[in-house]
Structures are given as C-alpha cells and as structure tokens.
Ligand binder design. Structure first.
Ligand code: SF4
Length: 697
C-alpha cells in the first residue's frame, strides 16, 4: 500500500490529500499536512474519490472515444485515430466556411490541471485562430475578476486563506463558508477564538451567522444599496483613512457624490436593515486593526455583480484595509481550479497571466513564443453566449472540456435549443454528463488521481498533485488529447510531460516565473507557491499590493485604487401575484458543481440525492400548506421542476433556495439569463417562482 499526495478536486480551499492506494486501486483518503488544511479534510475530501473506479451510481465513466455520425443517430465507439480524424475534418470545414470565430473551446475548472488549461487556450488561439475560449468562472466569479481588475488591478484574492486566522474583522458577504469551503470555515472559527469580530451579510441565516458579532439579514437583491450605506457611514462618521485615499486612490469626489444619496435611513426600505446595524457594520470594519472582506456567489450572480464587487473593493480603499498582512479582498473561488483556469488564460479577453489579447505587445510576445504569425486581437465569445450565438448561426462548433453547460447554465431549455443548432459538439470529459449525452463526439479523459499537474487554490496558491493510479479504459490525459488534435489540424503540439508545459508558461508570465515544480515538489510535495512569484528565489506572495517600502501600489494602469460605486438597481425580474417568491441558487455541502463526480461517490450520494430539496421558510410553508420533506413543484415563467421541501426558519420569508445539481429538480430550468453587461455572468440569485404541493395538482 502507498500514499500519493493530491490536491482535493472539489472546492478552492486547496486541501492536500493522502490518497491511499492498494493493488492499483484507491481505497481511502486522509488529510495531508497542506498549508491551507493542516491535515484536515471535509467530507468531500474524505469520501469524494471512489468515482475514479467507475461506481456507475449516477452515470458510467467514459472509456472509449465515440462519435455520432448523423444528428439524432447513436453514439458509436471508435478508435482515437478515427475520432481525431472526424473532428479535424469537421473543424477544417467549419473554419473554411465560417471562419475561426465559428469555433468555441472551453477550459475546465474541475479536476484537470493548469497545464491543460494553458494548452487548451493555446489550441484555441494558435491552432484554431480565435479568442473563443472561456471557463466556468463566467458563471461564478467572473464579476470578481472583472471588478477587481478595474478597482485594484488584480482579479484574485488579495489576501490569503491562512491569513484568516489573524484577521481581526472578517466581513463575510454572500458566501456560505460552512457549505462551500468547510476547511476555510474552520479558520473563521479559529479567528473568532483569536478574538476576531465576524460580520455576516446574507438573507439566509447561514451557519457562520451563528457565530457572527453582527448578522445582517439583508433582503435578496439589495447588495449595492446596503454597501453604499456602509460607505455613507464611513464618510459621515470620519471612519475613512484620509491619507490612504489621498495617496493611493482615484475617484473620491465622484464616488462621494453617489454615496451621499445613500444614508442608511433612506435604504432601509430596500435592504430591510436597521440604520443602527449599518452603522455598527461600518464602525466594526473600519476601526479593526485588520479587516478582510470575503464573498461568494451572493455577490457575483447578480446583474450588478461586477458593480457589487467594486463597491466592496471601495470599502477597503476608503479605510486602507488592503495592502497589509491580514487585510484585503477575498473572492473565495468555488471550484478547485477555477482560479487556475483564469490564471492560465482560459478567458476570451486575456492570455495566461491576465495579459490582454487587445494589447499588441502581449500579442507579439505570444506570437513569437508560439510561432504564429498573427494571433486574434478581438475579445472572444463568453461561455454564457454560446447558445445565443449558435441560435444566430454565428457559432458552429463547441469543444467542451470538463464542463456540463446543459446542467449548469441558466434557462436550460433555451441552452438546449441553442446547442441543438451546433454542427459539432465535442465533449471531453470523464462521465456521461447531460452535455455529453447530446454530443457528436466524446473524448474520454483521465481524472483526478490518474494524472498529474498543478492547481491554483482560491488564494493564488500553486500546488502539485500527482498520478496515483493507472486509468481504466481507452482514455487519455486532457492535454495529450488537445495536442493530438492540434497536430492533426496542422499546428503541431508535442509535450512529453506537464513540466514542459509549465515551464513554457512560466517563461511567458512574469508573475509565475519563479513558481517552479521544484518549489512545489518540496516538503514531500506539499510546497505552496502563491503568485506573484517573479523570481527563482522568491517564495511567492501571501498578500497583494505592498509596494515593498511600507506603502501600497495597485496593479491598475496608474498604480492607484479606483474608487467606484453606482446606483442600486432592482434585480432584472420582479415577483408578482403569480410568482410571489424569490428563487436563489445555493450550494449543497456534500455535492459539487454538476454532481458528475460527487454523485458517483457512494457516501456522498447517500447523504443527499435526487430530487434534491428546496429550502423554504416555516411561515411561507404554512401559508402554502407545504410540509417538511413533501414533494413540491417549483415553477417560474420558464417551466417547473419537482423537489422536496426543506422547511426551517433558517431561510428568510419570501425566498426559497435550491442547489442546481439535481437532474429531476434542476432549478436552472427556471432561471433567466440576464447577463452582467461587463462579465456576462447570469443573475442566478433572483428568480420569481411559486411553490405548490404535488398533492394540490
Ligand atoms: Fe476538498 Fe474543499 Fe473540502 Fe478541502 S474544504 S476537503 S478542498 S471540498
């Protein structure tokens, strides 16, 4: 028996795992002593591995390449050679007839590594000739990347997971750490024991609210109104750091003009929050020696998600709670490598290392390195635009790697319809997902435990994971499949191992240059290197924006933080007599993303299974005559799904909450798109619905 060091393939906490292997099979997992998890794991880390050996609980593993020769025909198993030839012919025909921008590729934020994401975006740009490459950050922290880049320059956590222990005020906004990132939640408890003050803003009384010093049960969809009022109090009560504002920020006067329209007394009707509570939040955040803001989907998945991120960043800029240890801004990334997919340039507007595709200097650098005469210079298609563009005839092929948009996108019937218009849908995955089931080509890939590479944790921490077992079936490693396809298309790609890919990447991205395999392999494979890590002797950066001389320098063009807010706008849809309740999507502690991995793990499948549940407040349930655990219909103007009622006082009156991973109770059927105009992220958090007991039908 042996133990192999892995990084957990689920959330972005970056927990290190000892995977126990016996006779070539995984037989257990235990916590390794990683920087962020210190030997601990949550239940997904402990029990989320047995899908590797094809348990077939939810869906079987993909073990052979398959093609569907005719639309509506059957998938048939073929050789790799035949599958690659089939795709090559189709890609060439589409490119010849419609141009490179008729082809779309996706990176993956799941259990494939940074090297694969690097190779995929290189394939899109250099082999196909398009910036049409994106990843699932688009439907989660896309607004954090866009908002932070505009406000402070870097689209990532400015602080660190380990810094939470010593942060004296932890401001949690629209993020449920106990469910989304349980191991980080432990650090919040530890911080509390160390004397930290905790502020929790969430319409639901989430677990962390139980230990909060201030719990702010703000109304669904009122984020910016609340944050503007907090900023108002900071200004009115002289709680700002004036010298920080003068030295390190721009835009104060314009910011102030908007903020002065938001005294807490005037926003109470929108937010439902007593002005005294707003004032207490502002005082606690501003006067703490070190404050950090941490947020999740409750900030991002709104039409005004980018603006909300910028409003949060402005609180840090007003008070100088950034650019020092244990302070800063923490978008806590959901999937284990969504930070990495962005770091590697699986984005339609940026090369690896967040270098803009519209920047001629950046393009020239990548053209030279990749041996390409001309790289595309316009921003590509976003993941959330695929169905619409397919519907319009602008997109003809989608090479979908490790994503399941037919489960995870909003307005699923419109997405299905759009996808049906594609001439070619390729799915490269581990399981027969909803999207794989309608694909024209299936390329079966290895999964976590079967390959090696580097992941980025939520706080910019690069970590190595290693191959533990031989894959079963005729499957290949993701980056090898992409390389085969690229070579067949006439752009040869040959890598012998992931280190060759990583070293190529390091040369092209100054802020990753010093993050070598050697550093990550150190300490028995437990090395943790946070970017920026610009030199070979740099240990990496625990927090961002120090100028190295006791001051602050942001990564914006002029080095200053950009103060910004805007007027609050109601979410796009509104409740009405027919649909009086607000549906919001949330997370389930035992399952992850589209559930293809966790749904195939015995222990996790037992914990929670179809048809999922809809959380509803006791008073609403009583008024609707709905009992706990009863089957109910949840209906919006787009259709209806079935689920089980979970009745409690944990949720607020007037809103219901569902997780999106169930096949029967697929709440994304009910949700409209309403994309942020900046990040193109959908408004998953506010959908008018009604509930009825199935007994009433
Ligand atoms: Fe895995 Fe996240 Fe749980 Fe850690 S907290 S074990 S990374 S799911």
């Amino acid at each position: 028996m042996k133990n192999v060091i892995e990084v957990c393939p689920y959330c972005g906490s970056g927990c290190k795992i000892n995977l126990s292997i016996n006779n070539g099979k995984v037989i257990g997992a235990s916590g390794a002593n990683g920087l962020t998890n210190e030997g601990e794991l949550c239940l997904k880390g402990l029990y989320g591995w047995d899908f590797i050996h094809d348990t077939k609980i939810l869906t079987p593993r993909l073990k052979n390449p398959m093609i569907r020769r005719e639309k509506k025909g059957e998938l048939e198993a073929v050789s790799w050679q035949e599958a690659i030839a089939f795709i090559t012919e189709k890609f060439k025909a589409i490119k010849d007839q419609y141009g490179a921008d008729a082809i779309m590729c996706s990176g993956s934020s799941r259990s494939t590594g940074n090297e694969t994401n690097y190779v995929m975006q290189k394939f899109a740009r250099a082999a196909i000739g398009t910036n049409n490459v994106d990843c699932c950050a688009r439907v989660c922290h896309g607004p954090s990347v866009a908002g932070l880049q505009l406000s402070v320059g870097g689209g990532a956590m400015s602080n660190s997971i380990v810094e939470i222990d010593d942060t004296k005020c932890i401001f949690i906004f629209g993020w449920n750490p106990a469910t989304s990132h349980p191991i980080i939640a432990r650090r919040i408890l530890r911080a509390k024991e160390n004397g930290a003050k905790i502020i929790v803003c969430d319409p639901r009384k989430i677990e962390t609210a139980r230990i909060a010093d201030i719990y702010v049960p703000l109304k669904n969809g009122s984020n910016i109104a609340f944050l503007n009022s907090v900023a108002y109090v900071l200004l009115e009560e002289n709680l700002t750091n004036r010298s920080f504002i003068d030295k390190y920020t721009d835009g104060f006067e314009q910011f102030k003009q908007i903020i002065m329209q938001y005294p807490p007394e005037s926003t109470q009707a929108i937010t439902g929050i007593d002005p005294f509570v707003v004032r207490e939040v502002a005082r606690m955040y501003a006067t703490s020696p070190t404050s950090g803001i941490f947020w999740g989907m409750g900030v991002c998945q709104f039409y005004q998600g980018v603006e909300t991120v910028r409003a949060l960043a402005s609180l840090a800029l007003l008070t100088g709670q950034i650019g020092r240890p244990n302070t800063g801004l923490g978008p806590v990334r959901g999937q284990n490598n969504v930070q990495g997919a962005c770091d590697m340039g699986a984005l339609p507007n940026q090369f690896p290392g967040y270098q803009n595709v519209t920047d001629p200097e950046a393009r020239a650098k990548f053209e030279k390195a990749w041996g390409v005469e001309k790289l595309p210079d316009t921003i590509g298609t976003y993941l959330t635009e695929i169905a619409m563009k397919a519907e319009q005839g602008l997109l003809k092929a989608f090479y979908c790697m490790g994503e399941d948009p037919l489960q995870t996108e909003p307005d699923l019937s419109a997405v299905r319809h759009g996808f049906s218009k594609l001439d070619l849908l390729i799915v490269q995955d581990v399981f027969m997902t909803k999207t794989a089931a309608v694909a024209d080509v299936i390329l079966p890939a290895t999964t976590w435990g079967e390959h090696e590479g580097v992941y980025s944790a939520a706080d910019r921490g690069f970590q190595r994971f290693y191959k533990a077992v031989e894959p079963v079936g005729d499957v290949k490693v993701d980056w090898e499949i992409i390389s085969l396809l690229s070579s067949a298309l006439g752009y040869p790609m040959h890598y012998n191992n992931t280190q060759e890919i990583w070293d190529e990447l390091r040369e092209l991205c100054p802020q990753y240059y010093g993050a070598t395999y050697e550093k990550m392999d150190a300490n028995g494979g437990l090395g943790y290197v946070q970017w920026p890590c610009p030199t070979l002797d740099s240990p990496g950066s625990r927090y961002l924006y120090s100028d190295g001389q006791g001051g602050v320098k942001f990564d914006t063009p002029n080095g200053k933080g950009q103060l910004f807010t805007c007027d609050w706008a109601h979410p796009v849809e509104r409740t009405n007599d027919e649909y009086p309740l607000i549906l919001t999507t949330v997370r389930e502690v035992g399952h992850y993303s589209c559930r293809s991995m966790t749904g195939n793990c015995r222990a996790l499948a037992i914990l929670a299974d179809e048809p999922g549940y809809v959380q509803i407040n006791i008073q609403d349930a009583k008024a609707l005559n709905i009992k706990d655990d009863e089957l109910v219909w949840i209906e919006s103007c787009r259709g209806k799904v079935i689920s089980r009622a979970s009745v409690s006082d944990r949720t607020n009156k007037g809103a219901v909450y569902m997780t999106y991973q169930w096949w029967i109770g697929a709440c994304n059927e009910l949700i409209g798109e309403h994309l942020s105009p900046i990040s193109r992220t959908p408004e998953y958090k506010y959908v008018p619905v009604k509930l009825t007991s199935i007994n009433d039908q």
